[in-house]
Write a protein that binds this ligand. Structure first.
Ligand SMILES: NC(=O)c1ccc[n+]([C@@H]2O[C@H](COP(=O)([O-])OP(=O)(O)OC[C@H]3O[C@@H](n4cnc5c(N)ncnc54)[C@H](OP(=O)(O)O)[C@@H]3O)[C@@H](O)[C@H]2O)c1
Length: 256
């Protein structure tokens, strides 16, 4: 079965909420054993119970993707528990608001440390295991904001734009280097989805939502679970000869 993840081991970062939790559910439904990583362990425990109720094996692990020590410990715990890692979903991310004229260096670093260095660190500890087994599927979550920026002053996020473009460059580099190890590396670039990241900002502004829907050929934001399908494609053998690609999941918004 092309999209089956039966007996595969998947690691999901930023699994305590939003798109990461939805993708972990999709992995579990497709038959994977899932290690779910984030800082808020109580939320991971709740999700782990839900995944187990679906019949999946789930391993919740505390992990701050900006800390090498924390990442190293979490990946070692996954290997100790499951023995190997087939799939890595680099999903953890933060959206810091501000333009270059208002951003503090601290806020700039927060975006880059979580959204870019986080992918580097987790991949640094996962890729050697994938190289050794000559198999791996890596999916990096970027954003439509790598291509288009939000114009309203209150929603400008220059460090976020920069970090999500960097994710695409990193994806290309990793894809070029690890293809010979049968490791594919691709990006998914979501448009607007309701989550903890957006519910108190973008989703609170009716003018912003109306503007997005007017621009979007499908005339609406994304719905829960609509990122999980593309993530599953890049995580399964349905994409066995696809690498270094990005897939924009935004109802066509970036095209018009
Ligand atoms: N929602 C959208 O419209 C949208 C659009 C485009 C792209 N995205 C991207 O999709 C991904 C998921 O975002 P979301 O919308 O689902 O937002 P969310 O609900 O806020 O989820 C973000 C996740 O990242 C985790 N995280 C943040 N900092 C972390 C750190 N230092 N170490 C480990 N985990 C960390 C959070 O967990 P803890 O706080 O528990 O650590 C949380 O699970 C992000 O990369 C985001 O940029 C979202």
């Amino acid at each position: 079965m092309l999209y089956s993840l039966k007996d595969k081991v998947a690691v999901v970062t930023g699994a305590s909420s939003g798109l990461g939790a939805d993708s972990a559910r999709a992995y579990a439904e497709a038959g994977a054993k899932v290690a779910i990583l984030a800082r808020r362990v109580e939320k991971l425990e709740t999700l782990a119970e839900e995944l187990r109720a679906m019949g999946a094996e789930a391993l919740p692990l505390s992990c701050d993707v900006t800390s090498e020590e924390s990442v190293k410990a979490a990946i070692e715990a996954v290997i100790a528990h499951f023995g190997h890692i087939d799939i890595l979903l680099n999903n953890a991310g933060v959206a810091v608001r501000g333009g270059v004229h208002t951003l503090s260096v601290e806020d700039w670093n927060k975006s880059m440390d979580t959204n870019v260095k986080g992918i580097f660190l987790v991949s640094k500890y996962v890729v050697p295991h994938m190289m050794a087994q000559n198999y791996g599927k890596i999916v990096n979550i970027s954003s439509v904001n790598a291509f288009i920026a939000d114009k309203p002053d209150v929603f400008i996020r220059h460090s976020y734009n920069a970090s999500k473009s960097a994710v695409l460059g990193l994806t290309n580099g990793m894809a070029a280097s690890y293809g010979r190890y049968n490791i594919t590396v691709n990006s998914v670039c979501p448009g607007l989805f309701e989550s903890e990241m957006t519910e108190n900002s973008l989703f609170k502004s009716q003018p912003f939502l109306d503007g997005y829907s007017a621009q979007c050929p499908m005339e609406r934001p994304g719905r829960r679970g609509e990122v999980a399908g593309p993530v599953l494609f890049f995580s399964s053998d349905a994409s066995s000869y696809v690498t270094g690609q990005f897939l924009i999941v935004d109802g066509g918004t970036a095209l018009v």
